[in-house]
Ligand binder design. Structure first.
Ligand code: AHR
Length: 376
């Protein structure tokens, strides 16, 4: 039987109106919208027993199937399977090709493992992520998985998840502190990525005999883990080397359109001869910046060195074409390892607190004809 996957779960109200009986059954102790801390749900999973638990899952799966129909998702037949694991996944948005590939990786892995998946896209809004987590708590999913858009502001909702006895796994991004409010983290080592970017630049400067290097940094979403750690790692790698000067760090929010805006503003401010290197925190922003450079008659990769992070196909092709100098890898393919963690956790096994995928960097100082140099 196929477990339904509900992408863009409608708000709880939408689900309740066509199926009031069901909604009532699975939300026995939920005190409404859960907007305030006092409204925290008070579930007692131990009371349900195996039969109650299976009924709950059946209800959750039926709701997921309904969400699928009501939410206008195409195609997938909804055949609920009682007793299977239900994962609530709050994705932070669809801001980049990386994010879209990551969403697909999680969806495909849930299907492969035969788990029910309730997915909610927060469209870059923390409030929407918090609402999604509260919905998952209300529906009593087995495990909550989420990619926090920023590192702070999660204490209340994660406390509610803990009170409801639902374990939380962070995927892709971390939160600040709150160590006891999540079970595990799976995602990149963003600090190492930032260091790789800096280490490449040192090699490049050595190879080209560069003595004074002016860098402009286009950053991802403020206060997000990749933004913070890619910045810190890069600075730490260059620290103490007097050749390098960071002119300015600007916010491009991981969006291609903002990458364009940032590049245009940087060129206005420093002029085409005033910048030696663009260090951009993701490929989407980089591709936007490349367009602007080229429209201004600047040859990226030659007149201005370009260092980017992610490794999507278009960026790796641009590297091979000499328009980018270094692509630091960040894999979006986290779904398989994530679902294995979910399975082990539910089987009562101990799971690692932190899992980082293996990553490296592709650069113009290495052999770009090597078959391993491919994008996602
Ligand atoms: O958190 C991972 C980052 O988020 C990726 O580098 C970026 O493309 C995405 O938007």
């Amino acid at each position: 039987m196929q477990i339904p996957v509900a992408w863009r779960l409608p708000p709880a109200g939408c689900l309740q109106s066509p199926a009031p009986g069901l909604a009532k059954e699975i939300r026995p102790a939920y005190n409404g919208g859960g907007k305030k801390k006092e409204d925290a749900p008070c579930f007692c999973t131990a009371q349900g027993g195996k039969k109650g638990d299976n009924m709950r899952k059946m209800a959750v799966l039926l709701l997921a199937a309904l969400a699928l129909l009501l939410g206008g998702c195409a195609g997938r037949p909804a055949e609920p399977e009682a007793g299977s694991i239900v994962v609530g996944f709050s994705q932070l948005g669809a801001e980049s090709s990386w994010r879209i590939a990551n969403t697909e990786s999680v969806r495909a892995a849930a299907e492969k493992y035969g788990f029910g998946l309730m997915m909610e896209n927060a469209n870059q809004k923390q409030e929407k992520q918090i609402d999604a987590l509260r919905s998952f708590i209300a529906y009593r999913v087995d495990v909550i998985v989420f990619s926090p858009i920023v590192e702070t502001g999660w204490h209340n909702v994660l406390t509610e998840a803990r009170q409801a006895g639902i374990p939380v796994i962070l995927v892709d991004r971390m939160i600040e502190g709150e160590d006891d409010l999540y079970t595990a983290y799976i995602g990149a080592d963003f600090y190492a990525e930032g260091r790789r970017a800096g280490e490449y630049l040192i090699r490049k400067a050595d190879a080209e005999g560069m003595t004074s290097v002016r860098i402009a940094e286009i950053c991802g979403t403020p206060d997000s883990t990749p933004m913070r750690d890619r910045q810190r790692g890069f600075r730490d790698a260059l620290a103490g080397d007097e050749r390098f000067r960071i002119l300015e760090s600007v916010n491009g929010d991981f969006l291609q359109s903002k990458g364009e805006e940032c590049m245009a503003a940087l060129l206005d401010k420093y002029g085409r001869d005033g910048i030696d290197v663009i260090y951009s925190h993701n490929d989407s922003m980089t591709l936007g910046a490349l367009d602007v450079m080229e429209k201004n008659g600047i040859a990226p990769g030659k007149e201005i060195l370009v260092i980017t992070v992610d490794g999507e196909k278009e960026a790796v092709n641009a590297l091979k074409a000499g328009r980018i100098n270094c692509v630091v890898q960040c894999t979006p393919d986290l779904g398989g390892d994530l679902m294995r963690l979910v399975q082990d956790l539910k089987a009562g096994k101990e799971i690692p607190r932190v899992t980082h995928p293996a990553e490296g960097a592709f650069t113009d100082l290495d052999d770009l004809d090597d078959p391993s140099v491919v994008g996602f």
